[in-house]
Design a protein around this ligand. Structure first.
Ligand code: ADP
Ligand code: ZN
Length: 602
């Protein structure tokens, strides 16, 4: 008797219900039709081709550029009792021969292949002699030259349509925009296929952006309060800052490792491995880290420096919470970030058009930092999606940002720039506004100008905030030839003349941030009374993971352990009701974990 997708979902993967469009997509592929699937990270793309591969005759071929991931994906499938394997250049010839043998014998339901391998004549020849269930093209945006991950090897995939017209092709990506999607459809012969486009929202990620005051202390407080033993990524701009921050976190008692292009390949491999295999490791990294990291239980992403664009921000923060459990995207930023990025961009190579685009992207990023309304709405809007104006899970929604009428302050700040000749940096301008006794001011004879000492009603930090917002919102431009000197932009004129007013955000101080609702990570949902059991289950998982040489989440996701804590299953029947437990996991691990629960109860 043939089973159904629902049965496979339950018996093998241990899940009760399909998510979103999964069921429809599977139906489409089961009927032998092609389709294009756009789903955000963590949306559940894999099941869309894994289940049809198990149900249809022949082997499902999964094309993926992420060689580093294949091992983990195949390990995870084998844990579920699925006959899966992979072929790529990291394997010895002997191992490759063994895999080829398995394919020929029909011993596999799923085969992961790197595109360059697929494009070899010998591979194509072999495939033509086999029964193929489907082709799944993962990370399909790599075929697009518009996209940012273009790979020449992916272009060859148009051969699939030519050589295997009868085999359903399912292209999957998490990359949004319409241009990229059109190009994927074009190149992979999916113009007439159904396109399943899911929303981009990642509701389980909480977005928070805070003013930088003492970034290390702020980070420490954030980690201690909300993510004490969690895995996460901390992004910094420079290699040196990565090294320093990682070392400092270690001193503070966290398991932290650095990752950047300046480290040896072995060191990078070792650090990445620790992140994947151990519980609760923090990677401090430049943007070099992340592509191809598929760890489902990354609980937080920290930005200690501002990303260059919203695309980068969304991609980097998107690495949190792939398992659907609550996660936090937390960033600190300040005036110096804005000035530095603006300068870097102006000084960068490239033609004017390129620079204009870069600048517009940075402006959008700054816009997100400075808005006083829902961050999620702004992010999604940027990617072309409309949503309500209250998400309930970003700092602006949780903790509405108070604003003040900053018109007069802005006028003073701007005219101080003007009166001093449009060439000084923020610190100097603030000194002038406060009427400081400084030699530099006297040398420049600025104690006589009209803005000297007219800003005593605000403190230095408040002026800093005013300048930051004026720069971020484009009233002031930064000059890269004069070490951060500010000058007025066209936009400043109406404000200076009193034809416009401006609302500025009152920067949220740490004390206020405290009221932000804590992220509900699994760990925190565990009541104190249950903590001992939770820890015992984690220890058991870690031992098994080490024994099998796989990451802990390949044994069980956090959500499965959470379920065990809540339901305390003691019979096989009960154990099967745990999310993520199918027949194979029950047989492999049921007894061990139930024993842990029994010991705890006893
Ligand atoms: P994507 O490839 O879209 O980033 P995955 O396929 O890796 O996402 O799925 C993300 C997580 O969600 C995985 O841990 C997966 O096991 C889980 N998942 C997928 N579909 C379901 C479902 N129907 N019910 C419960 N969990 C699911
Ligand atoms: Zn919101």
């Amino acid at each position: 008797m043939k089973s159904t997708p629902e049965q496979i979902l339950k018996d093998i993967f241990g899940y009760e219900h399909f998510r979103g469009p999964q069921s429809e997509i599977i139906e489409e592929v089961m009927a032998g039709r092609h389709c294009l699937v756009l789903m955000p990270t963590g949306g559940g793309k894999s099941l869309c081709y894994q289940i049809p591969s198990l149900l249809r005759d022949g082997v499902g071929i999964v094309i993926s550029p992420l060689i580093a991931l294949m091992q983990d994906q195949v390990d995870a499938l084998q844990q579920l009792g699925v006959r899966a394997s992979f072929l790529n250049s990291s394997q010895t010839p002997d191992v490759q021969r063994a895999v080829l043998h398995d394919i020929r014998e029909g011993n596999l339901d799923l085969l992961y292949v790197a595109p360059e391998r697929l494009n070899q004549d010998s591979t194509l020849q072999l495939l033509r002699t086999l029964k193929i269930a489907l082709f799944a093209i993962d990370e399909a945006h790599c075929v697009s030259q518009w996209g940012h991950d273009f790979r020449a090897d992916y272009l060859q995939l148009s051969l699939l349509e030519q050589f295997f017209p009868e085999v359903p092709r399912i292209a999957l990506t998490a990359t949004a925009d319409a241009n990229t999607r059109a190009e994927i459809a074009e190149r992979l012969g999916l113009v007439d296929a159904r396109h399943f486009v899911s929303g981009f929202d990642r509701p389980n990620i909480q977005y928070r952006i805070t003013q930088k005051q003492n970034p290390r202390q702020q980070l420490l407080r954030f980690l201690r309060r909300e993510h004490e033993k969690d895995a996460g990524i901390v992004y910094c701009l420079s290699r040196k800052k990565v090294d320093d921050t990682a070392a400092w976190l270690e001193e503070q008692g966290f398991a932290a490792v650095p990752y950047h292009a300046g480290l040896s390949a072995e060191a990078r491999q070792r650090n990445q491995q620790r992140f994947l295999r151990e519980d609760g490791v923090i990677v401090v990294a430049t943007i070099a880290f992340g592509m191809g990291i598929d760890k489902p239980d990354v609980r937080f992403i920290v930005h200690l420096d501002l990303p260059k664009s919203l695309e980068a921000y969304y991609q980097e923060t998107g690495r949190a919470g792939r398992d659907g459990e609550p996660a936090t995207a937390w960033m600190v930023y300040g005036l110096q970030d804005v000035i530095m990025l603006r300068q870097m961009m102006d000084a960068s190579q490239g033609n004017d058009k390129f620079k204009r685009i870069e600048r517009a992207k940075l402006d959008a990023m700054l816009g997100l930092c400075e808005i006083t309304t829902c961050r999620r709405q702004a992010l999604l809007h940027y990617f072309g999606e409309t949503t309500g104006d209250y998400c309930g899970n970003c700092d602006a929604c949780l903790n509405p940002v108070p604003t003040w009428d900053g018109t007069q302050a802005a006028q003073k700040a701007l005219s101080c720039v003007y009166r001093t000749g449009q060439r000084f940096g923020v610190n100097y301008l603030i000194d002038v506004l406060l009427g400081a006794d400084s030699d530099k001011i006297f040398q420049n004879n600025h104690q006589h100008i009209s803005t000297y000492g007219i800003g005593k009603e605000l403190e230095g930090n408040a002026w800093r905030s005013v300048y930051r917002q004026l720069v971020a919102r484009g009233y002031l431009s930064v000059d890269h030839t004069t070490y951060g000197g500010l000058h007025l932009s066209e936009k400043a004129r109406p404000l200076l003349k009193g034809e416009e007013s401006i609302a500025l955000r009152i920067d949220v101080q740490e004390a206020v941030v405290k009221t932000v609702k804590k992220t509900r990570s699994s760990k925190q949902v565990v009541a104190d009374a249950d903590r001992a059991l939770w820890e015992a289950l984690r220890t058991c998982r870690k031992q098994l993971a080490d024994e099998h040489d796989v990451p802990p989440y390949v044994i069980f996701h956090d959500a499965s352990l959470m379920d065990m804590v809540h339901y305390r299953p003691l019979t096989e029947q009960q154990f099967l009701t745990i999310s993520g437990v199918g027949q194979s996991k029950l047989e492999k691990y049921g007894q061990v974990f139930m024993q842990v629960i029994r010991d705890h109860e006893g």
